[in-house]
Design a protein around this ligand. Structure first.
Ligand SMILES: Cc1cc2nc3c(=O)[nH]c(=O)nc-3n(C[C@H](O)[C@H](O)[C@H](O)COP(=O)(O)OP(=O)(O)OC[C@H]3O[C@@H](n4cnc5c(N)ncnc54)[C@H](O)[C@@H]3O)c2cc1C
Length: 431
């Protein structure tokens, strides 16, 4: 395996120092794999994708082993903004233009299934994940206001999303507690949750259904054949089937996935509890910037604000200060508020911003690259992989049929290429 800049060296790392880790309650502890273990299915990665695949398979009677390099929910699933976005990451007209209207409608229907799947997961397993409804999208350029008004109507009437409601400047300001946006749209079906509690909830359900989870057990190498043999620092799993669910952290185990799923870092802060409700309706918020800002209040009335990508493999030295610059552009009055938490994480990006769902070998399955929309899509994608392993491939095929080109430049040159492209779009945000 060729190490990449993104590989956590050996695994065995604790959770990121996030508000989530501080408020998730007692964190579970699963022993590392020691010695040889047989399984029907070996899942690499203990985030939403891997845990959900494990849950569906274990419920169907499969003997499933999950190998997690660090802790359950240690990756993007335990650190993200917690924002639930309906639809796909690309808008329906983009999908229809590239893939045709029937495929666009099929992908929207799958996104709707993903929404229902997530609700059912939370309800059926009595997860307490601070679920809240509603997401407001702030329009940051005056010349986009009329487009946003038309788009809200078009997405609702033509594509059946939402119903998405246009908000004028005054209503946007009232709902978001800031005057910086020229208008907004409100999607009542989107929303937010506590992402780490959600990951731990799926892990608990999977374990209760019979899956065995090993933490601190990085998969170091995979030997392919009629069976797969996965080696960790202290053990080896021999399985009929392998699920690759390492997303932005997977680097090095499957060259096809590495070429198509690019790791990208993003950063979040949580302020000290605030004296006022900035968002009285408790919606999530994001905006029209290319390098998007996203935020919401926590139940203990902190502002949890995400924004600012770095186009290098490294995290900034001072994440709190790095994100504060972005937060105070939206909430100048929070300049003096103490910042209690700051953390970063790595997500998986694809060229077309649609999930990469594939079967690279007859007994190997992968889902990754949700491009910032995995809170809703990743658990469903894991479930779809599990369904396909059980022989029901219809939904798997709908995703696997989407063309997903590799990033130009291969794994070495794609960074400079992406940096150039992203810097240009980030510059466009400011002009
Ligand atoms: C800062 C940030 C903010 C985000 N905000 C949002 C948001 O608001 N809304 C949204 O929809 N999406 C958001 N995302 C994206 C979302 O979090 C992801 O799409 C989703 O969590 C992906 O889940 P996953 O299970 O595929 O991957 P992950 O949760 O990253 O899990 C992969 C796991 O695999 C493990 N792993 C990797 N390689 C190995 C190996 N060789 N052996 C063993 N284990 C391995 C890792 O340790 C990791 O725990 C955000 C991401 C980040 C980083």
């Amino acid at each position: 395996m060729t190490p990449t800049a993104f590989m956590p060296p050996l695994g065995r790392a604790p959770h990121a120092p996030s508000w989530y880790a501080a408020t998730a309650g007692a964190l579970p502890s699963h022993a590392p794999l020691k010695g040889a273990r047989r399984a029907d299915v070996c899942v690499i990665g203990g985030g939403y994708t891997g845990l959900s695949a494990a849950l569906t398979l274990a419920k169907a009677g499969y003997d499933v082993v999950v190998l997690e390099a660090n802790k359950v929910g240690w990756g993007a699933s335990g650190r993200n903004g917690g924002q639930i976005h309906t639809g796909q990451r690309r808008d329906p007209d983009w999908l229809a233009g590239r893939l045709g209207e029937p495929a666009a409608r099929r992908l929207l229907a799958l996104a709707d299934e993903a929404w229902h799947f997530q609700r059912a997961l939370i309800r059926d397993h009595a997860m307490e994940v601070d679920l809240a409804d509603g997401l407001i999208h702030g329009i940051h350029k005056p010349r986009w206001v009329e487009d946003a008004r038309r788009e809200a109507d078009h997405l609702t009437t033509k594509w059946g999303l939402g119903p998405i409601r246009f908000l004028d400047k005054a209503e946007t300001a009232e709902k978001l507690g800031t005057e910086v946006y020229h208008a907004g749209t409100l999607d009542p079906k989107s929303g937010h949750l506590h992402p780490l509690k959600f990951a731990l909830g799926i892990a608990r359900a999977a374990a209760a259904a019979g899956a065995t989870i090993f933490e601190d057990s990085r998969a170091l190498s995979v030997r392919h054949g009629a069976k797969v043999e996965v080696t960790t620092p202290d053990g080896v799993v021999t399985a009929d089937t392998l699920v690759l669910a390492g997303n932005g952290y997977l680097g090095g185990l499957d060259p096809e996935t590495d070429a198509r799923v690019m790791p990208l870092n993003n950063f979040i802060l949580a302020t000290a509890p605030l004296p006022e409700d900035l968002i009285p309706g408790n919606e999530a918020a994001s905006d029209t910037r290319f390098v998007v800002y996203y935020w919401r209040q926590t139940p203990d009335r902190r502002l949890l604000f995400g924004g600012g990508e770095t186009f290098t493999p490294k995290f900034p030295k001072d994440i709190r200060r790095f994100v504060t610059r972005h937060m105070t552009a939206i909430y100048p009055r929070l300049k003096a508020v103490p910042i209690d938490y700051g953390w970063g994480g790595t997500l998986g990006l694809t060229v077309n911003r649609l999930p990469y769902v594939r079967r690279p070998k007859p007994n190997v399955w992968v889902a990754a690259g949700y491009s910032g929309q995995g809170v809703m899509l990743a658990p469903f994608a894991g479930h779809i992989l599990a369904e396909a392993i059980r022989g029901q491939t219809e939904r798997f095929d709908a995703f696997a049929d989407i063309p997903c080109p590799p990033f130009p430049g291969g794994t070495l040159m794609r960074w400079p290429t992406l940096v150039a492209a992203m810097s240009w779009f980030a510059l466009r945000d400011r002009i």
